[in-house]
Each structure stands twice: as C-alpha cells, then as structure tokens.
Design a protein around this ligand. Structure first.
Ligand code: NAP
Length: 298
C-alpha cells in the first residue's frame, strides 16, 4: 500500500455505539483516511443488530475482547460508570502499541477506573468531545456532530508524544478543534458549563412535575416561555447522566454550592427590590451569550 494513502489507524474499535460512538463511525467513514476498518461493539444484541442495519461499521463484535484484538486504536464510548468493568475485560486483549482512549464526560474518574487495567506498551489517552445532543442510541448519531466543536485530551504525564499527536490528528480529522488539558481542570470546567446546567434542568422539570395537576397542565401548555429550553436538556439519557453526576461528584457539588449562594443573593435582591443587582446579573448573562455567538459556539 502506498504510504500516503495508508489510513491513520488500520483498525479502530468502538466500544459503545450510541450517539457518540455511532457519530465517530459515521464521521470516520464520510471523511475518510482515518480508519482502515471500524469494529463496533455494544452491550445489547439489539443495538448491534441496528448498527448492522445502518451499515456504519465494517465489523460487529458482541464480545468486547474480540472487538479490541488487533486494533491500533480503541475508544470507549459507553457511559462512564461502565468503564471499570469494560477496561478490566479488554485490558489483557489490547494489542501492544495500541492507543486506548475514550469519550467520557468526566476525566479524573476515567483515569481512576481505566488506568489500572492498561497493560504496559498500551498508550492510554483519555479524551472528551464537547459535542452532543439530548438524543441517544445508534440512530441519534450523525457525521457532522464534531465539526467545529472542541475535543479535550487529558494524556497522563509521560505519555508518548507521537501517540498524542496521532489521536489529535484523528479528532481533527473528524472535524474537531483539539486542546490538551489537565483532568482536574477539565472536571471543574465541565461541572459549571455542562453538569450543573443538566442538574438544574432535571431539577426544574421535577419541580414542575410535582406541582398540582391544574398548574402542571399550564406548565405544558405555556412552556414556550422558557421552560421548553430546560426540557430539551432534561430529555437526555438517564444512565449517562447518572454516571456523570456520580463520577464528578466533588466538582459538581462545589459548583452547585456556589450557584446556591448566588441564587440566594438573587432571591434577596428580588425580595428587597434591588433593581441594580438584578439588572447587573441579567446584563452579565447577555454578555456571556454574546461571547458564545462570537466564538461560534452558540
Ligand atoms: P448512548 O447514546 O446512551 O450510548 C451508549 C452506548 O454504550 C450504547 O451503545 C450502549 O450499548 C453502550 N454500552 C453501555 N454499557 C456498555 C458496556 N458495559 N459495554 C459496552 N457497551 C456499553 O450514550 P452517548 O451519549 O453516546 O454517551 C457515550 C459516552 O459519551 C458517555 O461516556 C458520555 O459521558 C460521553 N459523552 C456524551 C455526550 C452527549 O451529549 N451525549 C457528549 C460527550 C461525551 P446498548 O445500546 O447495547 O445498551
């Protein structure tokens, strides 16, 4: 084979074929040059059958140990709570020199759960694409999901620089922008930009649902006034988000405590009619929205 036409990875194994795993498979196919062969594994036969129907992988494997055999890139795409067991299962079957990565929304827990099962000679490089929707499963994925979105890599100190560069090239090939960050920093930032907003959305929907029947009816009828945006986030997958909350517990609780203090301060301003305080908070919210639009992230 001509060197210039050789794909970046000869065989990519995706363990988990939901929104993220199936989007990687689709994007790698559409963009080309990234994976010679895509091997797909998921937990249930139902998902594997659907992946086969969709034709988005070259090979389907119901046994995770067979899925990773001979793969030079293995990416865990399951909910983070499943990682420890999955890593223990595949660890002894990983090919020497392979890159083991993931897409999990938490990073310190992934290093804690997967790290001990990585055999010598395998390069472990955790990753997190900051791209998603509220939908899940293999039908939810699409090839453009990662375009112009950040993918954060958190390689442990001493990781082979060539391997980090190859994984970076893979994500750039899928359309992402790539940045390397520290896992603890990642978890704190994600706690405020993603995990806390999801916690608030699930909570506010619960609060609305607890209201008396008559009021609940009106909540649904007049939802366009702001509640609707929360319901979109709250439609996300329960297993995935349960795992994210439990695996980023400390950072999430810290951000929630800060938020609660700020919400109390806002409540006080409302109670005492502190117009300047209320206006200032709203102005800061508008400024953040404007910055997101300028950065093309909204
Ligand atoms: P998803 O659509 O619910 O898909 C999860 C996939 O993992 C399914 O194919 C499921 O198989 C499989 N799976 C579950 N347990 C497994 C196990 N023990 N072994 C092998 N496969 C298993 O979830 P997703 O949204 O793609 O999320 C996957 C990962 O990406 C999570 O770690 C999440 O934190 C991260 N992430 C999500 C988003 C987002 O917005 N959704 C964004 C960035 C990162 P079955 O279908 O057979 O059960």
């Amino acid at each position: 084979m001509n060197l210039s036409t050789r794909p970046l990875f000869a065989r990519v194994a995706l363990l988990g074929m939901g929104l993220i795993g199936s989007s990687i498979a689709r994007a790698a196919r559409v963009r080309g040059g990234l994976a010679g062969e895509i091997v797909a594994h998921a937990k249930t036969g139902r998902t594997l059958a659907r992946v086969a129907e969709l034709g988005i992988a070259d090979r389907i494997e119901s046994d995770a140990t067979l899925a990773v055999q001979g793969a030079d890139c293995v990416i865990l795409c399951a909910p983070v709570g499943a990682y420890a067991e999955l890593a223990a299962t595949i660890g002894p079957h990983l090919a020497p020199g392979a890159i083991l990565s993931d897409v999990g929304s938490t990073k310190q827990s992934v290093i804690r759960d997967v790290g001990p099962h990585v055999p010598p000679g395998v390069h472990f490089i955790p990753a997190h694409p900051l791209a998603g929707t509220e939908y899940s499963g293999p039908d939810a994925g699409f090839a453009e999901l990662f375009e112009n979105r950040w993918c954060l890599l958190t390689p442990p100190p001493g990781t082979d620089a060539n391997c980090v560069a190859r994984l970076e090239q893979f994500w750039r090939g899928l359309g992402s922008m790539v940045s390397i960050t520290d896992p603890a920093h990642h978890d704190r930032v994600l706690a405020i930009v993603s995990h806390l907003p999801h916690l608030l959305a699930f909570t506010i929907c619960g609060t609305a649902d607890d209201l008396a029947d008559e009021t609940r009816q009106e909540v649904l009828q007049f939802a366009a006034t702001g509640f609707r945006d929360f319901t979109r986030i709250a439609a996300s997958d329960p297993t995935m988000w349960r795992d994210v909350f439990l695996n980023n517990r400390e950072a999430l609780l810290e951000m929630l405590a800060r938020f609660t203090e700020d919400a109390q301060a806002m409540a006080r301003a409302v109670r005492w009619g502190d117009e300047a305080y209320i206006e200032d908070k709203i102005r800061r919210g508008r400024k953040i929205r404007q910055s997101l639009i300028e950065l093309k992230q909204a």
